[in-house]
Design a protein around this ligand. Structure first.
Ligand code: XMP
Length: 333
């Protein structure tokens, strides 16, 4: 536990020079610790695991085996970006697993949000474990744990109650004992981003908005169906594109679409068109414990509405959620 405490004397990583010094130091430590052994990493494509991957690739190249599990609940273009950046640009040893059918089959008919989270979390560990067992001679497990994660687990150990169970990769079973490599566990998110830029990861990856482990699974409300999930993915991609164009992507902490399992009557091509509503959520927060709703210019909302209702199959209305946290939570589930 001792080395899970950030020393008061530790300087913040705010500049490229500080990041490069940290990288040099960590590369030396990783090489010394790992030697010629192999390291396994669950690479989600989020900032933290991507930075850990880039750091390890710099230190030990193909001795790092990164496993990217696509649970079918990622945003449009995400799995492709992971493959492009890590396999094609960084020449990484990447195992890409498309487990979409497994996850969606397990989730079929399940409407309860906590049950959905548990299924996704458990299945994720199962798929990752299966991949790990196929690989031979792996002695280390790397994780993108950062300092707020450690502070959060201390809080939970002290018995503070959480509103939702957050599921991330929980590690591997005991018979697969591996030593942990957690090179960024004493860093805050902004420091991890400075590190990511210094490691020349794409800007969009380094400044990606937070995305929950269960992904679109908690935004396709109630029991997930493939058609509603596909509509959600397209609508969310349009929202992100328009936020980028309007310069809102840098200003808004988290913005996304959620689609409830209800239909309303609408009109398309002069005919009755029953469809789902797309709900836009755009919030700002410091610590995700409370959040305020961002004021989005009407012109942007109108453009998004026009595009989503004309381009996305199955959607006939767009709603804008004005609820702060509390009383809402950021996600709808
Ligand atoms: P809520 O909805 O609780 O969300 O206000 C606060 C922040 O946590 C994210 N979130 C999750 N992250 N697994 C995660 O890794 C989860 O199950 C989960 N649920 C919510 C949410 O996106 C927001 O940033």
């Amino acid at each position: 536990m001792e080395n899970n405490k950030r020393p008061d004397s530790m300087a913040r990583i705010e500049t490229k020079e500080a990041a490069l010094a940290f990288i040099d130091e960590q590369v030396a430590i990783i090489r010394r610790t790992v030697g010629d052994k192999k390291v396994l990493l669950a690479l989600s494509g989020g900032v933290d695991s991507s930075v850990v991957a880039a750091l390890l690739i710099k230190a030990i190249g193909k001795q790092l085996v990164s496993v990217h599990v696509n649970h079918g609940l990622l945003r449009k273009g995400e799995p492709e970006q992971v493959v492009e950046v890590f396999r094609n640009q960084l020449n990484a040893n990447l195992v890409y697993v498309d487990a979409t059918d497994r996850f969606l089959d397990k989730l079929a008919g399940v409407a309860d949000p906590e049950k959905k989270r548990k299924i996704i979390g458990a299945e994720f560990i199962r798929v990752f474990e299966e991949e790990a067992r196929k690989l031979e001679g792996i002695d280390f497990l790397a994780q993108g744990t950062i300092y707020p994660d450690i502070l959060e687990s201390i809080k939970q150990a002290e018995g503070k109650k959480a509103v939702k169970s957050h599921h991330n990769v929980g590690g591997l079973p005991d018979d697969m004992k591996m030593e942990m490599v957690e090179q960024i566990k004493l860093l805050y998110k902004d420091e991890v981003r400075v590190l990511g830029e210094a490691l020349v990861l794409p800007h969009a990856m380094v400044y990606r908005q937070p995305f929950p482990g269960p992904g679109l699974g908690v935004r396709c409300l109630g029991a997930i169906t493939r058609d509603r999930l596909a509509a959600l993915r397209e609508a969310d991609a349009i929202l992100r594109e328009e936020f980028d164009i309007a310069g809102l992507a840098e200003r808004v902490w988290q913005y996304f679409v959620a689609i409830p399992d209800i239909k309303s009557v609408g009109v398309r091509n002069e005919s009755r068109y029953e469809g789902w509503p797309a709900i836009i959520r755009a919030v700002n927060t410091k610590d995700a414990m409370s959040a305020t709703v961002e004021e989005i210019p009407y012109a942007v909302l109108h453009k998004i509405t026009a595009r989503i209702t004309s381009e996305v199959e199955g959607i006939n209305r767009v709603l804008y959620d004005l609820t702060p946290k509390p009383s809402g939570t950021i996600e709808w589930e």
